[in-house]
Design a protein around this ligand. Structure first.
Ligand code: GDP
Ligand code: MG
Length: 719
């Protein structure tokens, strides 16, 4: 059997690569028009006229420089994997800009076929393109298609297969002006005779990259032959100097100018004709006049984001509740069938609670991502990023950071797990890292019951005001932390807002469904595996070692005494004893011992061991804080919506006062993210290093903050 024909789809973001890929393979694939989503390589197989074809969806790029991850990924793939044919997907309605990348493919000397996509859009705008002429001028076959409907795709692959591997085009098609051409004439022969990287790259391309001062190629060249490279760099410096003094530009800019010049000269030769006025406003531009208006724009944005938010959290509740009761039923049936003992306790509190906790997020994630998919596929998300960029830029972030922040609880009540996952739209690795490390500072839905409890206990007269302040505080802390990270461990240039604003489009139901499902499944798959283990570990920490037999016997005797006595409220008395036994067991457990040991530090912030245990437990999920506090204060299990007795208990407890309340509040808002978020961070950052960093950094920060609050508050005598 022949090995399959190897095809790569390359092109600008939003040119329709993924749409074509989906059409070809029918694979579950993300379809969106937010630039830069396709960061992974995606593969699939299909057959065309008895030929098996393996196709790869490369990340969308505007250029092939070494500045961004996508561009490096794309060009490394092209030169290292050497696909048989590269299908350059070109957006016919944005021909000029799209051909810039095409020029660079031509320079790279790879076998190329152009899929001139979105001819339907071009036609609507009154643009017609003479594909034959374009092909002749570029020296590359051009086939018009509509990837969305599949029109023209058969002809495209006829061309790919028939002309396939024989496609040869001239890598010297482009000229860069006398100075650069001269420099190339000198250095290219030296590259050829010195065999510098010639196994991988065409010599002329290497020469061009050396003149462009391309870091990756310079590093590779130095490693291969440092002497020759030094010589070539000398020549490049002479050129740079010359261009600087004559045209006040770097070689890179001059090269880019000539590429655009080349494109312009082609398009001007009656390749493109317009029926309408060139300066007619397209529908998208008309919408943008209103939607990105400096005054009305932000108002519309606030309304839309708030709508998305309400949609997600209001409509997902019934599913969350439904899942919750499903797991309650499951727990109850295990409770009834299994004999008492550690196995039962582990299955209920470790396995079912842990898995239930993970799946409990699923409806929220699904709804949130559906909402985001609508904004993204319609093109609106790019406008939000555009409007927010100025503010975020100041803190070392990017306009695209706004969505992750909002999803994570920027409007109190989100969830950091989808928030961390939503950072994928950020293209610069450092901005992305700074975003994903700071989104857990937002007030997610799981922190809300705890905040409500403490605010209710100590600041009850101003509940709403404190809640609002907590939201504002979260934003301030997150943005300042981002600024801090960007000035220290994540130091580096801010990327300019190069994202183009794609035209508005009606999202397709199929696109939305695929989009939503893909991300949800990723969460279930990745989070699910690790979480079970950690959940069991936390259960063990809160259970072992159990109470010594003498204590167990003592509590049993107390219960015995109550039931044989004449008291009227026996049940309540027994409950009290049970509560005290649970408290004693928790105190004696590993988590309890940790809580007690932590007192040596935490007392500076005013936390006693009970609070500490709850905070340790809160690492599993912030909701656990309330129930653990309940157990530690011998109330037995306290659920999130039944906190009144715990609230009174805290308000009356001598260890607690408003200052302690505020210190605990600050700590809970900012300490280590829950472990589901940690797992998400590790996945998204690609290493556990950043996940651990986030635990340590946040906890340390929260501790300092709450110590400061406690010490200052007590000093001022507010306690
Ligand atoms: P990629 O970034 O290159 O992967 O682009 P996508 O495949 O995600 O497509 C971007 C947007 O263009 C999506 O909303 C597609 O539905 C839309 N699209 C793709 N091809 C066509 C086409 O031929 N005609 C029209 N009208 N829309 C298209
Ligand atoms: Mg794509």
């Amino acid at each position: 059997m022949n090995s399959p024909l190897h095809i790569a789809l390359a092109g600008n973001p939003n040119s329709g690569k993924t749409t074509l890929f989906n059409y070809l393979t029918g694979a579950r694939q993300h379809v969106g028009n937010y630039p830069g989503v396709t960061v992974d390589k995606k593969e699939g197989n299909f057959t065309h006229q008895d030929t098996t074809i393996r196709v790869i969806d490369l990340p969308g790029t505007y250029s092939l420089t070494a500045y961004s991850v996508e561009e490096l990924v794309a060009r490394d793939y092209l030169v290292n994997e050497k696909p048989d044919v590269v299908v350059d997907v070109v957006d016919a309605s944005n021909l000029e800009r799209n051909l810039y990348l095409t020029c660079q493919f031509i320079e790279l000397g790879i076998p190329l076929v152009i899929a001139l996509n979105m001819v339907d859009v071009a036609k609507k705008r009154g643009i017609t393109i003479d594909t034959k002429k374009l092909g002749t001028l570029l020296g590359v076959p051009v086939v018009p298609i509509i990837a969305r409907s599949g029109q023209g795709v058969d002809q495209l692959f006829d061309t790919v297969i028939t002309t396939g591997k024989q496609i040869e085009h001239s890598t010297t098609l482009l000229r860069y002006g006398p100075d650069i051409d001269e420099a190339l004439r000198e250095i290219v022969p030296q590259i050829v005779t010195g065999n510098l990287l010639t196994d991988t790259y065409p010599a002329r391309w290497t020469g061009l990259k050396i003149l462009e001062d391309d870091e990756q190629i310079l590093d590779k060249a130095r490693a291969a032959d440092s002497e020759l490279t030094t010589k070539l760099i000398e020549r490049s410096k002479t050129l740079t100097h010359h261009l600087q003094s004559t045209v006040d530009a770097f070689p890179e800019a001059v090269i880019a100018d000539h590429r655009y010049g080349f494109i312009k000269s082609i398009l001007r030769q009656r390749v493109v004709s317009r029926v309408f006025d060139a300066d007619r406003l397209y529908t998208s531009d008309k919408i943008d006049k209103v939607v990105t208006n400096r005054v009305i724009g932000p108002l519309i944005m606030a309304a839309i984001l708030f709508g998305l938010y309400s949609f997600t959290f209001n409509f997902s509740t019934f599913l969350v509740d439904w899942l919750g009761s499903l797991f309650d039923i499951l727990s109850a049936s295990v409770d009834n069938t299994l004999p008492n003992g550690p196995i039962k306790s582990m299955i209920i509190s470790g396995v079912i609670d842990g898995v239930g906790g993970v799946l409990g997020f699923v409806p929220i994630i699904m709804f949130m991502f559906f909402g985001i998919a609508v904004l993204e596929d319609s093109g609106y998300l790019a406008r939000v990023a555009f409007m927010m960029d100025r503010i975020f830029h100041f803190f070392g972030l990017h306009g695209s950071s706004v969505m992750p922040f909002i999803v994570s609880g920027g409007i109190a009540g989100g969830c950091a797990v989808p928030g961390v996952m939503a950072t994928r739209t950020l293209r610069s690795p450092k901005e992305r890292m700074a975003t994903l490390l700071t989104v857990p500072f937002m007030n997610c839905g799981a922190k809300l019951p705890v905040l409500t409890l403490i605010i209710g206990a100590f600041f009850s007269s101003h509940q709403a005001r404190y809640m609002f302040l907590a939201t504002v505080a979260a934003w301030i802390v997150a943005l300042l932390a981002a600024k801090f990270l960007r000035m220290t461990v994540l130091k580096g240039e801010s990327t300019p807002f190069v994202m183009e604003l794609p035209p508005y489009r009606f999202p397709t139901m199929r696109g939305l469904a695929i989009h939503t499902w893909e991300r949800t499944w990723q969460y279930i798959k990745k989070a699910g595996t690790v979480i079970l283990g950690i959940s069991i570990l936390l259960w063990a920490m809160m259970t072992y070692p159990g109470l010594p037999d003498t204590d167990t016997a003592r509590f049993a005797a107390m219960r015995q005494e109550i039931s044989s006595s004449q008291q009227i409220d026996k049940d309540r008395q027994i409950q009290k004893v049970n509560g005290r036994e649970a408290e004693a067991r928790l105190r004696n457990s590993m988590a309890g011992r940790i809580g007690i040991a932590l007192e040596s530090v935490s007392r500076y912030a005013g936390f006693d061991w009970r609070t500490n245990i709850a905070l340790v437990g809160g690492f599993a999920a912030k909701e656990v804080i309330v129930s653990t506090l309940g157990t530690a204060y011998s109330l037995g299990e306290v659920s999130a919506d039944n906190t009144s007795s715990l609230k009174d208990r805290l308000a009356r407890d001598p260890h607690w006062n408003p200052v302690v309340g505020l210190a605990v509040l600050a700590f809970i808002m900012f300490y280590a993210p829950c472990f589901v978020t940690i797992v998400a961070i590790a996945n998204e950052a690609g290493s556990w290093k950043w996940a651990v960093f986030s635990m340590v950094f946040n906890t340390f920060f929260a501790l300092i903050l709450s110590i400061a609050i406690y010490q200052i508050g007590m000093f001022l005598g507010l306690g």
